[in-house]
Design a protein around this ligand. Structure first.
Ligand SMILES: [Zn+2]
Length: 324
């Protein structure tokens, strides 16, 4: 048999993206389809099996074989058991043995890992974290995820099904409500959802002037991209929402770096595309709050791999390469 490959899959709430990846982290083929999670857990499992079978077929056509499958899923994941404990993207999947289901359907070994952790593995192997022994990863998407690469390995904690949940660090006690039920979490200020809610809160205070943002908000059509577009154009309210985001991120990083004694952080996820609107505020916050370290020594970089980090990282778990 020819070249050995693995499949990496990023299972999102609306789309599942999958890729055939070789041992050098090169993506050979990719696929994308809708998750259709509203049709139930069995349907999502079946779709995953179909996507994998299609990639196995494509591998065979290249003279390659597929050794294993790795999945990245948002939420609390019991990686040792291959179980989705719960996922905000797949609310019907509670304590669901997804790895076993797929192994039965495919006849291949299957691993599952938290989506921010696979981001960390991907960036470590082939992206912005390559060659860096210790770093903090933050993913800015609908929510805020995080991971820790310590001493060259993905930090797994005590195997409790969560680790590096940077989005749920409280940066403002009694502050804005987070999706997790707590108040003042980083995610309540630095996620795509928080950008939209920042505008909504301004409207509730009577501080959203008439105009395009007001119209989009009233129609229920406002997206994080709209807020970014308005900030770029100099809209004061949109800029203030990004200022809050940057300052919250800076505070979270100050605390993490003070505790861990680290100097490197990599920020990824779709909302990190608005980098130019929050990075200066993040640095301001570091400069104001850091006492144990010189904020100028901190190296904060953007993800190099973008969406591919999750695919490549999930493939690393399939290869059993959590050590990076
Ligand atoms: Zn929270």
């Amino acid at each position: 048999m020819g070249k050995k490959t693995v499949i990496g899959i990023d299972v999102g709430g609306t789309h599942m993206r999958s890729a055939l990846v070789d041992s050098r982290c090169t993506i050979l083929q990719r696929r994308r389809t809708t998750t259709e999670q509203s049709l139930g857990t069995a349907h999502v499992s079946h779709k995953l099996v179909l996507e994998c079978r299609a990639l196995v077929q494509e591998a065979a056509e290249m003279g390659a074989s597929v050794a294993a499958v790795g999945l990245g899923v948002a939420g609390k994941i019991d990686a040792a058991r291959g179980t989705v404990v719960f996922s905000p993207n797949l609310p019907a999947m509670r304590n669901f043995p997804l790895a076993r289901e797929l192994e039965t359907g495919l006849g291949l070994p299957v691993t599952i890992e938290n989506d921010a952790n696979v981001f960390g593995l991907g960036e470590s192997r082939a992206g912005a974290g390559r060659g860096i022994r210790n770093w903090i990863g933050i993913t800015l998407g609908t929510g805020v995820g995080g991971c820790l690469i310590l001493d060259g390995r993905l930090w797994q904690g005590d195997g409790l099904g969560f680790v590096g949940e940077i989005g749920h660090m409280i940066v403002w006690p009694g502050g804005s409500r987070c999706a997790c039920g707590a108040s003042g979490c980083l995610e309540a200020y630095a996620s795509g959802r928080a950008l939209v809610e920042g505008i909504r809160d301004a409207e509730a205070r009577g501080e959203l002037p008439e105009g395009d943002l007001h119209r989009l908000h009233t129609r229920g059509e406002l997206t994080p991209e709209d807020v970014y577009r308005h900030a770029l154009a100099g809209d004061a309210l949109a800029c203030s929402v990004f200022r809050t985001m940057g300052r919250a991120l800076g505070l979270a990083l100050t605390n993490l770096c003070t505790v861990l004694g680290l100097r490197n952080a990599v920020i990824g996820g779709g909302v990190s595309g608005s980098w130019d609107q929050f990075i200066e505020h993040l640095k301001e916050s570091l400069a104001e709050n850091a006492r144990m370290f010189d904020p100028d020594e901190m190296v904060i970089t953007r993800s190099l791999l973008g969406d591919d980090a999750a695919l490549i990282g999930a493939a690393q778990t399939a290869l059993g390469l959590e050590k990076v």
